[in-house]
Design a protein around this ligand. Structure first.
Ligand code: SAM
Length: 231
């Protein structure tokens, strides 16, 4: 077996039989991805967990006692990290945070996380979520990503629709000083969204954690210091 530039063994998968080239490449990438291996070792449900770890280690957005909404939470890596960092499973009392997670897919239980299976874009979703929150939250996180169609313009619009919806929801439920973190993609189509976030938050930046695949246009928008809803 060959070694890659970091000295790790590189696994190659054969094509042939029923396996198409695209599945061969996907499988090879999974088998050789250090974050996939790390997530397995450390008990996280997704390699995405490390994106939130990196962003939070740098910008300190999650603190004990906070309440957090996790949109597009399945299979649960971000919820696991958020629950740990806000102390959602720490029993009663001071420092006990709260995580409310939703996804259109099912998600196996995580201690300290309240989960609802729903489509965030459904008309009644924001109302259902507000009922689960029962007040305001300190952070709205969204790692939502729609399945791609292969048609670039359509995919960009769908992604933008999810981020815009998440941002609008964040501005309804965040406490003043709150944080909004959402998956976005480099498309240039999000100028209006960024302008709105800059009006609503004291700081807005794009972040690309090292664990976000460097060959993808994925990036995150991080808005901190929510100014509060206009009276
Ligand atoms: N952060 C997650 C983790 O660490 O395990 C990974 C999230 S995955 C990249 C994106 C998720 O967004 C998928 O589970 C998908 O089902 C969800 N999603 C996409 N569109 C959605 C929608 N309209 N409503 C709710 N969830 C959605």
């Amino acid at each position: 077996m060959a070694k890659d530039s970091t000295g790790r063994l590189h696994v190659t998968v054969k094509t042939g039989g029923k396996r198409k080239l695209s599945s061969k490449l996907w499988l090879e990438r999974q088998l050789n991805d250090p974050y996939v291996a790390k997530a397995k070792r450390e008990g996280y449900r997704s390699r995405s967990a490390y994106k939130l770890v990196e962003i939070d280690d740098k910008y300190r957005i999650l603190k004990p006692g906070m309440s957090v909404v996790d949109l597009g939470a399945a299979p649960g890596g971000w919820s696991q990290i958020a629950a740990k960092r806000v102390g959602a499973a720490d029993g009663q009392g001071k420092g006990k945070g709260k995580v409310i997670a939703v996804d259109v897919l099912e998600m196996p239980e995580i201690a300290g996380v309240s989960f609802a299976q729903l489509d965030f874009l459904a008309e009644d979703a924001p109302e259902k979520l507000r009922a689960m929150i029962g007040g305001r939250v300190d952070a709205v996180l969204s790692d939502m990503a729609a399945n791609t169609t292969g048609h670039r313009k359509t995919d960009q619009l769908r992604i933008l629709g999810l981020v815009e919806g998440a941002a609008a929801f964040a501005s309804e439920v965040l406490n003043p000083g709150g944080t909004f973190l959402a998956k976005a993609f480099q498309s240039g189509a999000d100028a209006e969204l960024l302008a709105q976030l800059k009006r609503d938050f004291s700081s807005v930046r794009h972040v690309k954690p090292a664990s976000s695949r460097q060959d993808s246009s994925e990036r995150y928008v991080l808005a901190t210091g929510f100014r509060g809803r206009p009276k």
